[in-house]
Design a protein around this ligand. Structure first.
Ligand code: BDP
Length: 593
C-alpha cells in the first residue's frame, strides 16, 4: 500500500489538528446517527494522538467502547477530475468512517493504514464533514486479543499484554489525489552480486485506460539516472552499486511513470535500498556479511499523547539510539508509524517488524479469570476467528512495509503459547502466508521463557530463534550468579537444538531512576547495569547469539498492577528520555567499534 506523495500529478493534505470528539460509553452514536450532525458536547481532541491522557479525566482514560471524531474539510476546487482518497494511517483498534452521510470505510486492526476512494462523495470546492468512530475494545478475535468484563462499575477491558491500551487516531489522516489512471502499488526486491545490484520491480495500475505504458527510472542519491526499463514488471541492473547497509542508509529513487498518448499520466517515486538478507546456519547475513543486532525492543509511548506519532520524538529517539550505539530495533509489539520506517531507511537502522499479535498466552493470566485457567487455543478463546484476523494483520503489515530496506525480518507474534500441538497448528498457516507474501525476508516469532528449547514446537517453523529472557529478574531475582548459569544453559540448549541464529529480543530489569545501592539490589540503577553486563558476558560465550535487544529503550505506560510502578520501568531511558546508569553500560559496549 503506497503512502500519499506530492508531485505534479498527485496532491495531498493532512487533516491533522483539533477534531470534535465524544466518547460514547452507551453506544448511542450509532443509533442516533451521530455522523449526520456536529458531535454532541464541546470536547476537542488533537489528531494524531491517543485520546486517553490528553484530558485529566478517568472517564476518557479508562473508556471502553466507541469514541467519535469529526472534522470539516473543504476539498480544493482544483481537485475536480482527480481521484480523491481519504486515508487513515492508523485508527486503533477498529474504525468506521463516514463522509457526510455516507459510510466510506470500515477497518479492523489498530496499527495499519486503510483508505477509501471518496471521489464520488466529496464535492471539490465545497465542505465535507468527516466522522470516524473508533472502538478500543479487544476481543478474543482481535489482534491483540482481550476481553471486556462487565462489572457493577461498568465495562472493564482485560488483556494479556504489558502496555497500556491506548486508542484513537494515532497517526496522520490524509486527503490526497491521484490521477484516475494511476500507479496503485509497487513492489521491489533487490539483489547484489559483486559490484552489481539488481532491482526487480512490479507495478500495479488501476483505473486503467487503453494504451497506458509503464516506464521506470532508477536514480542514485544525486539524482543521476542509473537504469531504466519499460513495462509493468522487470529487472533493473545497477553497475558499481552503492548498497544500503546498516549504519549507512544509501537510497536510490525509483520513479514509476505511466504514459498515455505520449504524455505522462502519473508518477510515483519510491525510495529503494539495494541490499540482501539471508540466514546461513547460525549467521544472519546482510549483504553477505554477518550482522550482529544491537538495540532495543521499543514502544510508541510518550507522556500525554500516548501512541500518537510525533516527528520531534522520533528524531530525538533515533539520536539517542545513535548515541548509545544501537544498530537496530524491534517494533514491539505492533507495526510502528510509517514515518519511523522511512527514517530508519534513511538512517541505516535495521528493523525487526512485528505484528500486533501479543498476549496470545493465557497460561500467564489464569488469576484474572476468576482463578480458572482457560486454554489459550479453543473455540471460546484464541480460535480460527483470531487466526483470520492474525492472517489479515500479517497481510497488511507486509503490504505496507515490503519495500523498506530497513526491514530485514518479520516477527509474526510476541510470546504466544508455543509448547502445545494447538499452537503449532495455529502458527503453521501464518508462517506459510508470510513466506508466500514475501519470499525475500526471514520470518520468526518471539518465544517466551516458559517455553524453553526442548518444549517449544513453533520455533522449528521459524528461520531464526528469537527469545525473551528474564533470568535475574522474574527468576533468580537478585541472584546474578545463578541467573548467569541458567542463561548460559538455556542459550546453549537453543544453539545445539536448532542450528539457527539466536536473537535475544528481550532482556532487562525494572529500574526506578535515582534508586542506588552498592550491593546488587533489584530496582536500582546499578542492578540493571550489572544484569546487562552479565548477559553480555554470556552472549560473548555463545557463538550462535547474533542479536541483543534490551527490554526496553524507555519506560512506558501499562495498565495498573502490583508489578508495575507507574508503568513498566525496564527502560534504560526514563519515559522522558533521561539515561539511567545502564544506558552508559550499553554505550560502552555498543560504541566500541
Ligand atoms: C515480556 C513481554 C513484554 C513485557 C516484558 C516485561 O514481551 O511486552 O513488557 O516481558 O515483563 O514478557 O517487562
Amino acid at each position: 500500500m503506497l503512502r500519499p506523495i506530492l508531485n505534479t500529478w498527485r496532491d495531498r493534505r493532512t487533516l491533522n489538528g483539533l477534531w470534535r470528539f465524544a466518547t460514547d460509553p452507551g453506544g448511542a452514536g450509532r443509533n442516533q446517527k451521530w455522523w449526520r450532525a456536529p458531535l454532541p458536547g464541546r470536547v476537542e481532541m488533537p489528531v494524531p494522538a491517543s485520546y486517553n491522557d490528553v484530558l485529566p479525566d478517568p472517564a476518557i482514560r479508562d473508556h471502553v467502547g466507541e469514541a467519535w471524531y469529526q472534522t470539516d474539510v473543504v476539498v480544493p476546487a482544483s481537485w475536480a477530475g482527480e481521484r480523491v482518497v481519504l486515508r487513515f494511517d492508523a485508527a486503533t483498534h477498529r474504525a468506521v468512517v463516514w463522509v457526510d452521510d455516507e459510510q466510506v470505510a470500515a477497518h479492523e486492526g489498530g496499527y495499519t493504514p486503510f483508505e477509501a476512494d471518496v471521489t464520488g462523495v466529496v464535492r471539490p470546492g465545497r465542505a465535507s464533514r468527516i466522522t470516524v468512530v473508533v472502538d478500543n475494545r479487544l476481543a478474543w478475535d482481535s489482534i491483540p486479543p482481550g476481553y471486556v468484563e462487565q462489572t457493577p462499575e461498568g465495562s472493564r477491558q482485560r488483556y494479556y499484554h504489558d502496555f497500556f491500551n491506548y486508542a484513537g487516531l494515532h497517526r496522520p489522516v490524509w486527503l490526497y489525489t491521484t490521477p484516475v489512471t494511476h500507479v496503485s502499488d509497487v513492489t521491489v526486491g533487490t539483489g547484489l552480486a559483486g559490484t552489481t545490484g539488481t532491482v526487480d520491480y512490479d507495478v500495479a495500475i488501476a483505473g486503467i485506460a487503453d494504451g497506458v505504458e509503464t516506464h521506470v527510472v532508477l536514480r542514485d542519491a544525486t539524482g543521476t539516472e542509473v537504469a531504466r526499463a519499460a513495462g509493468p514488471s522487470g529487472t533493473l541492473t545497477v553497475s558499481e552499486v552503492h548498497p544500503w547497509r546498516p549504519g549507512e542508509g544509501y537510497l536510490y529513487t525509483l520513479d514509476v511513470e505511466l504514459w498515455n498518448g505520449g504524455s505522462r499520466a502519473d508518477r510515483y517515486s519510491l525510495n529503494v535500498g539495494i541490499r540482501t538478507v539471508a540466514v546461513d546456519g547460525t549467521r544472519f547475513l546482510i549483504n553477505g556479511e554477518p550482522f550482529h543486532f544491537t538495540g532495543f525492543g521499543m514502544h510508541e509511548d510518550h507522556a500525554v499523547r500516548g501512541k500518537g506519532h510525533d516527528d520531534v520524538s522520533m528524531v530525538h529517539d533515533f539520536a539517542l539510539l545513535d548515541w548509545i550505539g544501537a544498530n537496530s530495533f524491534r517494533t514491539s509489539h505492533y507495526p510502528y508509524a510509517e514515518e519511523i520506517l522511512d527514517y530508519a531507511d534513511r538512517k541505516g537502522l535495521v528493523v525487526i517488524d512485528e505484528t500486533a499479535a501479543v498476549g496470545l498466552n493465557l497460561g500467564l493470566g489464569g488469576g484474572i479469570l476468576q482463578g480458572a485457567k482457560r486454554p489459550t487455543f479453543s473455540e471460546e478463546t484464541i480460535s480460527d476467528a483470531t487466526r483470520r484476523t492474525h492472517l489479515q494483520a500479517i497481510r497488511e503489515l507486509v503490504a505496507r512495509d515490503k519495500n523498506h530496506p530497513s526491514v530485514v525480518l518479520w516477527s509474526i507474534a510476541n510470546e504466544p503459547e508455543s509448547h502445545t500441538e494447538e499452537s503449532k497448528k495455529y502458527f503453521e498457516p501464518l508462517f506459510a502466508e508470510a513466506r508466500r507474501l514475501d519470499p525475500g525476508r526471514p520470518v520468526g516469532f518471539v518465544n517466551m521463557m516458559l517455553s524453553p528449547s526442548g518444549e517449544c514446537l513453533v520455533t522449528e517453523l521459524a528461520d531464526v530463534v528469537m527469545i525473551n529472557r528474564y533470568f535475574g529478574w522474574y527468576t533468580q531475582t537478585g541472584d546474578l550468579a545463578a541467573a548467569e548459569r541458567e542463561l548460559e544453559a538455556d542459550l546453549r540448549a537453543w544453539a545445539s537444538r536448532h542450528r539457527k541464529p539466536i536473537l535475544v529480543t528481550e532482556y532487562g530489569a525494572d529500574t526506578v531512576a535515582g534508586l542506588h545501592s552498592v550491593v546488587p539490589q533489584p530496582w536500582t540503577e546499578e542492578y540493571q547495569a550489572e544484569l546487562l553486563e552479565m548477559y553480555h558476558r554470556v552472549f560473548d560465550r555463545v557463538e550462535a547469539v547474533v542479536g541483543e535487544h534490551v527490554w526496553n529503550f524507555a519506560d512506558f505506560a501499562t495498565s495498573a498492577g502490583v508489578f508495575r510502578v507507574e508503568g513498566n520501568k525496564k527502560g534504560v531511558f526514563t519515559r522522558d528520555r533521561k539515561p539511567k546508569a545502564g544506558a552508559f553500560t550499553l554505550r560502552r559496549r555498543w560504541s566500541r567499534a
